[in-house]
Design a binder for this molecule. Sequence first.
Ligand SMILES: Cc1cc2nc3c(=O)[nH]c(=O)nc-3n(C[C@H](O)[C@H](O)[C@H](O)COP(=O)(O)OP(=O)(O)OC[C@H]3O[C@@H](n4cnc5c(N)ncnc54)[C@H](O)[C@@H]3O)c2cc1C
Ligand code: FES
Length: 240
Amino acid sequence: MQECEFKILENKMIAKEVFLMKLDGDCSEFTAPGQFCEIKIPGKYLRRPISVCDVSENTLTLIYKVLGEGTEELSCMEEGEYLSILTGLGNGYSVEDAPKNPVLCGGGVGVPPLYYLCKKLVEAGKHPYVALGFRSKEDVFFEEEFRTLGVPVNVATEDGSHGQKGFVTALLGNHNYAMVCGPEPMLRAVHEKVEGGQFSFEERMGCGFGACMGCSRKMKSGMKRICKDGPVFAWEEIEW
Ligand SMILES: Cc1cc2nc3c(=O)[nH]c(=O)nc-3n(C[C@H](O)[C@H](O)[C@H](O)COP(=O)(O)OP(=O)(O)OC[C@H]3O[C@@H](n4cnc5c(N)ncnc54)[C@H](O)[C@@H]3O)c2cc1C
Ligand code: FES
């Protein structure tokens, strides 16, 4: 983990209340897809955790939804401004542990970390299938970006305004190993349908790096910190 100054290169709306931010800075601490960063937002005491959507040596791409004051503030920031960011947080997904054909299953703002994961799986010679779920057509983002990675992609919307009507779980088909990120009810529904996989959890966070225990959650082997022991947990380890 390290704290770095990042310069905003781009900050644009890509779906309803959803923004893509590109930043320039030292990304060397990010070692696995599914990790996250903690952004210091001017005027806010607690940093805000956001997953890595894509990363290269010096460019970090984040996708965030405006929910409260912190993300609202972030959405108003402009190219050329600077942010203090803690990088390299969390364990991330294991590409090695994934089988040849995993399904990547994302819901809403759980979709961003799956993009970098998908890139890494393809680089490793694997053939993921991507299933994305959103509320409505206006919430959909990154469908084409996934397709340009050369993988099959299916989208479900709850109101049927784009793709298949219903929940993302309906797109799982016969896949029994899922790499998942999204709201907890979705994680649970996918967990019940498959026989293995890696699931990324969200929890309100204090420190973000394992010191305050504020993000603890019960797993099969005891209490775990989502920020440090997770956010990604193996299917076998999860208790509801
Ligand atoms: C590991 C991790 C990765 C995340 N990655 C992303 C991401 O890639 N993109 C993205 O848009 N969001 C992501 N989030 C959620 C994001 O951190 C919150 O939406 C953000 O902190 C809200 O800040 P705020 O100041 O705008 O809202 P606040 O004023 O803090 O809260 C506004 C509302 O959002 C709810 N909320 C705040 N934080 C969370 C949370 N962690 N989980 C669930 N509900 C929350 C609050 O209960 C409240 O109702 C992630 C969270 C975690 C823990
Ligand atoms: S947020 Fe402090 S231990 Fe996880």
